[in-house]
Design a protein around this ligand. Structure first.
Ligand SMILES: [Zn+2]
Length: 396
């Protein structure tokens, strides 16, 4: 009965857009600024149709020249199209007893009754006005040298929803050792606190594909330093220096090798035990690329597949609607079946999984969870600052 329309875009449902976009458009072309705003609205409707959201997600978006604003200029034929991250993450006790940082957009959905002191924005997103974007309301078909702006927004908003690993090199200028984020311990954080390695919600599901080892086990090994030789250190630079001389540093260096080895890391969705069902992550980039490595799906595996959206490199000359049709024509549209499993694992409700398993704190009394949430207001200020997960376009 169902014949796919040639320009299938996405089932946006009949839902109202649950994404509230505050756009700062730093170009003088008002016509283009209006197209940018409309593309945001469309992307918000698409994600609203893929998820069940009970609380609006707020997005602070900027459209600006990356080369002028951030000195992020085209290099080697590559151009950064956009970047995004959760504006704030909040520590919650996960159902395995470990505390992880959850994106505010998700925490809001878990317990809308409690009203912790949220940051006013859930997602920070930047888009490069220099890029050659095609907009759905352009009157011409997309050209070979253009990228569909809605595609790019969707990709970035998914990062902002929590498709973000904290595993990165926080110590060296040239990446060579991988750890989760370094955060202050304890409720108050700030000065006087010691430090530890802290995972994001995403990291709970990360595995080493060759052995099935959970990345969280590696975090526990690394934190032997935080609770041991590093426990008395109160200065973050001293912590990093001492860690680099510790026995645990070799673990971080070994882990880094997985990040530059194709097929080495995966995301094993909640409830899955078969590694064949893991979503391969982007570990084929060598040298390692901050913002592109790890927090994307494996480029080769998911090209021409329904889960094409979260590859680090955007397609050129293909509109989002055509990409959906050409890459498997998934009935759910741009948010592919595996990506839905990832978002459900994090705790987002979907039509197929309206009651996802969530951190224990979300089901305890609202007072208990708000205490933890209030702590995070102090804890997470430094977290993800300057950490953006990008999508780039090859210009070759
Ligand atoms: Zn990305």
């Amino acid at each position: 009965m169902e014949t796919a329309p040639p320009q299938r875009r996405q089932n946006t449902g009949n839902a109202t857009n649950m994404f509230q976009i505050t756009l700062t458009c730093l170009i003088s072309d008002n016509v283009k600024c209006n197209k940018v705003q409309r593309a945001f609205n469309l992307a918000g409707e698409i994600l609203t149709g893929s998820l069940i959201l009970n609380t609006p997600v707020t997005v602070n978006a900027t459209f600006t020249d990356f080369c002028q604003s951030f000195n992020d200029c085209p290099t080697n034929g590559f151009l950064t199209l956009g970047g995004a991250a959760p504006a704030r993450t909040l520590p919650l006790k996960d159902d395995d007893g470990k505390t992880r940082f959850f994106p505010q957009a998700l925490v809001k959905q878990m317990n809308p009754q409690s009203r912790p002191q949220f940051s006013s924005f859930d997602i920070l997103a930047m888009f490069n006005s220099v890029a050659n974007f095609w907009f759905e309301d352009d009157n011409t078909p997309i050209r070979q040298d253009q990228s569909d702006f809605t595609f790019v927004i969707l990709h970035e908003l998914v990062h902002g929803l929590g498709f973000t690993s904290s595993w990165d090199d926080y110590i060296n200028q040239v990446p060579q050792a991988l750890t989760p984020d370094v955060t202050p311990t304890g409720a108050s954080g700030g000065s006087g606190a010691s430090f530890q390695f802290s995972e994001f919600a995403f990291d709970k599901y990360m595995v080493i594909m060759s052995t099935g080892q959970k990345m969280s086990d590696i975090t526990a090994q690394l934190n032997a330093f935080s609770t041991g030789a590093g426990a008395q250190i109160r200065d973050i630079n001293a912590f990093a220096n001492a860690f680099a001389r510790s026995p645990q540093y070799q673990i971080a260096k070994n882990t880094f090798n997985f990040a530059i080895t194709k097929g080495a890391m995966g995301f094993l969705p909640q409830g899955e035990t078969d590694l064949n069902n893991a979503v391969l992550l982007e570990t084929s980039l060598n040298p390692y690329q901050q913002g592109s490595s790890i927090s994307h799906v494996d480029f080769a595996t998911f090209t021409k597949k329904s889960d094409f959206l979260m590859r680090f490199l955007a397609d050129r000359g293909v509109s989002l609607g055509d990409a959906i049709v050409q890459n498997g024509n998934f009935s759910g549209g741009a948010v592919g079946p595996k990506l839905l499993r990832v978002l459900e694992s994090l705790g987002y409700a979907t039509q197929a999984n309206p009651n996802p398993i969530r951190p224990a704190t979300s089901t305890t009394s609202s007072s208990a969870s708000s205490v933890i949430l209030y702590h995070s207001v102090f804890n997470s200020v430094l977290l993800v600052a300057g950490m953006f997960f990008a999508i780039v376009m090859g210009q070759k």
